[in-house]
Design a protein around this ligand. Structure first.
Ligand SMILES: [Zn+2]
Length: 98
């Protein structure tokens, strides 16, 4: 048995759920993974650079939410898909706000 349940790692900025590793490890240290969708890099674009995740997200949306990695860009990428993806982040916010 080599088949494992695939864990999904969600970008805290845009809700993209195909990150290659979690943005932060179990000790909350950044892993410097770069989101293919919004280009957010944990440990580089976040509080360590004086940005809050909410600010980074707002800037990205203001720029027209460009998909960072053209190779992985979904063919149907549009505002509707982006908004649906952002629902993943609300889920994280709820989980973290304790
Ligand atoms: Zn992202």
């Amino acid at each position: 048995m080599t088949e494992q349940a695939r864990t999904t790692y969600i970008c805290p900025v845009c809700g993209y759920n195909k990150l290659e590793e979690p943005p932060y490890d179990e000790f909350r240290y950044p892993t410097y993974v770069i989101c293919s969708c919004c280009g957010f890099e944990s440990g580089f674009d976040d509080e360590s650079a004086g940005n809050s995740i909410a600010e980074y997200r707002q800037r990205w949306i203001n720029k027209g939410f460009p998909f960072f990695n053209n190779v992985k860009k979904p063919s149907n990428w549009n505002v509707r898909v982006m908004r649906r993806q952002l629902e993943n982040v609300k889920l994280i916010d709820k989980l973290c706000n304790k």
